[in-house]
Design a protein around this ligand. Structure first.
Ligand SMILES: *[C@@H]1O[C@H](CO)[C@@H](O)[C@H](O)[C@H]1NC(C)=O
Ligand SMILES: *[C@@H]1O[C@H](CO)[C@@H](O)[C@H](O)[C@H]1NC(C)=O
Ligand SMILES: *[C@@H]1O[C@H](CO)[C@@H](O)[C@H](O)[C@H]1NC(C)=O
Length: 359
């Protein structure tokens, strides 16, 4: 078992963490359970519980998010409090102040329009810009999740994703895990991004987070990003210490591509070549049969591309968690093996909203 302190450092740094945890003992309590064939859980009514807002990209970055964040001041504070509690486990909370200090210094290295937007939402809410930046960064390392692009028997594409918060976010106690998940759940919003008076794309994010976790550009492509653990810090730390360069903060790359790429191929090219601060998995779906791909990225490289493949019996979907294609998942976090087994139990014939929700 990990000590509380070690776990907190682990979830913060994400470096050397996986090796360390892999030595713990399993006991089968992390085995998967597939709900395909059981009573359906999907309830379209529930989708309406997440509020939808408009962000008008024609409006100045100094105001475009303000109508949203002012409604969420209490919930954003609560989310920051759990971050504070988590890093407070180490060094009596001093670490939190150090992080906020670093972030305050780093804001000016963030590319526009995100920098101005950060200052603006800080202005509008009275929450410091350093804390907002820290919060945005925490979402960045917290994308422990499973993304799937699947094609039904008629060639219609579906893109599914969940957010397994808590996995690496707050490892130390179950209570904290739930606290984090709950505080983030309260921040979940849908955003219609408008440009030139027309809907440009649709994204799911957290109030106060300026990127998108999951996005859809109509008649063009769908995108989700998953965290690729372990290699964000080597590029992030020099950035914090030395100031910015031409690299893109990963947490905003998804919004950039939603705004700029006009179709699946353009999105794929951009996501394969843009220079990043960290590593990531981009899960991209298109509009035509076969347009489903996972791009495994390093800061400066595309390390692997996995595509749907009509010649492969399981090539009607792609599935990505937080582990590389050629590496075994951490045993207590193996969502890939159960995910694949469950997709194969579902079969292509049953791919739809309900079927994927069941997976
Ligand atoms: C922040 O608020 C001040 C005072 O209202 C204003 O002058 C300034 O332009 C605002 N800055 C941003 C980035 O919104
Ligand atoms: C990263 O990519 C740039 C531009 O393609 C190249 O000039 C540079 O050498 C690369 N750096 C590394 C470390 O691969
Ligand atoms: C597609 O699947 C077939 C059958 O499994 C395999 O031989 C082929 O290499 C795959 N193609 C790609 C591009 O992965």
């Amino acid at each position: 078992m990990l000590s509380t302190g070690a776990a907190a450092v682990c979830s913060l740094l994400l470096v050397g963490c996986v090796t360390h945890l892999a030595q713990a003992d399993g006991l089968g309590q992390y085995a998967g359970q597939c709900l395909v064939g059981e009573p359906p859980l999907y309830d379209p009514e529930q989708a309406g519980n997440v509020p939808t807002f408009i962000v008008n990209l024609d409006e100045s970055p100094e105001t475009r998010w303000n109508h949203i964040v002012v409604k969420y001041v209490t919930q954003i504070q609560a989310a920051l409090d759990t971050v504070k509690k988590m890093v407070g486990v180490v060094e009596n909370g001093i670490l939190y102040d150090v992080l906020v200090h670093f972030m305050t210094g780093a804001v000016d290295s963030i590319q526009e329009p995100y920098r101005t937007e950060l200052y603006a939402i800080a202005n509008a809410t009275g929450i410091s810009v350093g804390e907002f930046t820290l919060m945005n960064l925490f979402y960045e390392v917290s994308k422990g999740c499973t993304s799937i692009v699947a094609q039904d028997a008629n060639g219609v594409l579906y893109h599914a994703r969940n957010q397994d918060f808590g996995t690496f976010f707050i490892w130390d106690t179950v209570a904290h895990q739930w606290e984090q998940t709950e505080t983030l759940r309260n921040l979940l919003i849908n955003v219609n991004f408008i440009q030139n008076g027309r809907p440009l794309f649709f994204g799911v994010t957290f109030a106060g987070h300026l990127g998108v976790l999951t996005g859809l550009r109509q008649h063009a492509f769908t995108l989700s990003t998953n965290a690729r653990f372990g290699s964000t810090l080597p590029t992030l730390i020099p950035w914090l210490l030395e100031g910015g360069n031409a690299r893109h903060f990963l947490m905003y790359t998804d919004r950039d591509v939603m705004q700029n790429a006009k179709n699946f191929q353009e999105a794929k090219d951009y996501l394969s070549t843009v220079q990043l601060f960290g590593s990531a998995y981009f899960i991209l779906g298109g509009t035509q049969p076969g347009e489903g791909v996972i791009i495994t990225r390093g800061p400066n490289s595309t390390d692997h591309v996995a595509s749907m493949n009509a010649s492969d019996p399981n090539g009607w979907y792609v599935l990505q968690t937080n582990y590389d294609w050629d590496r075994d998942p951490l045993f207590l976090d193996d969502r890939r093996t159960p995910g694949n087994m469950c997709m194969q139990a579902l079969t292509q014939a049953n791919v739809d909203h309900s079927g994927l929700y069941q997976v």
